[in-house]
Design a protein around this ligand. Structure first.
Ligand code: FAS
Ligand code: PHB
Length: 391
């Protein structure tokens, strides 16, 4: 087989890249390790920045999101038993976020690829890129007992944190930066009406909690838990009791609970791999960086990577210019690091930090107290939350 861009990974990064390239007349093949059902069964992000919304519209994938997604103009922070609304739109000249699950984004992207006859190969094994520093690239893989090969001009590593691509950048070239947090998020999906029409991020002495949603009848909740906890360690009753204990009394009183239809623990980590390009291998999304979900940036960073990468590849095929490709890593990393900072800051502001001294715990409270009482500080939070410009 031969194509122009081999894309390893059929999550949001890989699918969005394939769709944008296709609309520009550039051929690609997506190689995905898992089945489509498995990919669609993962419950992940819920908040889309305007940049991602615009990108999905440009990709011709925005119709159901426009119909079923919810535009949010604010979020809430619960502190010392009270709700404080952050007026995102008011503080950012009208910018908002879209609440629409990553699962639905991925479903829409799969449907769009199918409609255009895009090639997505599922349940591929032992994917291996070759010749990355040459112009004779190819990717091999196994499908059952068949050994396959795809010749290509570029390889896009969109295979997430546990993928193969990042590890194919030579060790003396790759530099990684990492912070692992000593806690995780226990997440529950329930067919219940959300407790509040906008998100609630909670700072509480027992730990962080987040009230989110997927629709008016589907709620998504998280509570900070020990990094070693597993979903089986928490019954539904234990989860709901702990969530209630971390919410302001009036909010807890109106929490509608129900059986969890999904329960999972997400470890929290900050991670960046530099550079995001090596030869003709280009990394994007979680393959290159991870943020703690506190700032709702993971999926949105994948989007800006794909914006830069798709533009660079389109320019190359249209004009032969490699300028965009050579600048890709630096351009993407500038926005990645600002989102890493914001996600790290939001995580440090809102979580109970087991390693904090009593002094540091007081300083954390004072910082949150300041942010909630200062228009300047809240504006800084708001402009990062709605998403910094793609530039
Ligand atoms: P993905 O990991 O989504 O996709 C990579 C794909 O590559 C996968 O389908 C995988 O099967 C495939 N793959 C891996 N290795 C391969 C190989 N060797 N060969 C072929 N295919 C391979 N972000 C938020 O903004 N908010 C959240 O609340 C949030 N919660 C999260 C919870 C969890 C448990 C995780 C893991 C992530 C969460 N994220 C969240 C971040 C998440 O949404 C990512 O940012 C987003 O999935 C990034 O998309 P991709 O870069 O496509 O990576
Ligand atoms: C979610 O709805 O899953 C969600 C929302 C905001 C976050 C993290 C997760 O910061």
């Amino acid at each position: 087989m031969r194509t122009q861009v081999a894309i390893i990974g059929g999550g949001p990064s890989g699918l969005l890249l394939a769709q944008l390239l296709h609309l520009a007349g550039i051929r690609s093949v997506v190689l995905e390790r898992r089945s489509r059902d498995y990919v669609l069964g993962r419950i992940r992000a819920g908040v889309l920045e305007q940049g991602l919304v615009d990108l999905l519209r440009r990709a011709g994938v925005g119709e159901r999101m426009e119909r079923e997604g919810q535009v949010h103009a604010g979020i809430n922070i619960a502190f010392r038993g009270e709700l404080h609304r952050v007026d995102l739109a008011g503080l950012t000249g009208g910018k908002t976020v879209m609440v629409y699950g990553q699962t639905e984004v991925t479903r829409d992207l799969y449907a769009a690829r199918d409609a255009l006859g895009g090639t997505i190969l599922h349940e591929v094994e032992d994917v291996e890129p070759h010749g990355l520093e040459t112009d004779r690239l190819f990717v091999t893989w196994r499908q059952g007992d068949r050994h396959c090969r795809l010749d290509c001009d570029f390889v896009a590593g969109c295979d997430g944190f546990h993928g193969v691509s990042r590890s194919r950048v030579p060790k003396d070239v790759l530099e990684t930066f990492e912070k692992i947090y000593p806690f995780g998020w226990m997440g529950v999906l329930a067919r219940t009406p959300p407790v509040e029409h906008e998100l609630i991020y909670t700072h509480h002495e027992r730990g962080f909690a987040l009230c989110s949603m997927r629709s008016a009848t589907l709620s998504r909740y998280y509570v900070q838990c020990p990094a070693t906890d597993a979903p089986g360690d928490w019954s539904d009753a234990t989860f709901w009791d702990e969530l209630r204990s971390r919410l302001p009394t009036d909010v807890a009183a109106r929490l509608v609970t129900g059986p969890s239809i999904e329960k999972s623990v997400a470890p929290l980590r900050s991670f960046v791999a530099e550079p995001m390009r090596h030869g003709r291998l280009l990394l994007a999304g979680d393959a290159a960086h991870i943020v703690p979900p506190t700032g709702a940036k993971g999926l949105n960073l994948a989007a800006s990577d794909i914006h830069y990468l798709s533009q660079a590849l389109i320019d190359f095929y249209r004009t032969g210019s490699e300028a965009g490709l050579l600048a890709y890593s630096d351009t993407a990393l500038r926005r990645v690091w600002k989102a890493e900072r914001f996600s790290w800051w939001m995580t440090g502001l809102l979580h109970r930090l087991p390693e904090s001294s009593p002094f540091e715990a007081r300083v954390q409270e004072a910082e949150l107290d300041y942010v909630l009482s200062s228009k300047a500080a809240m504006t800084a939070l708001a402009e990062n939350y709605v998403g910094l410009p793609y530039g």
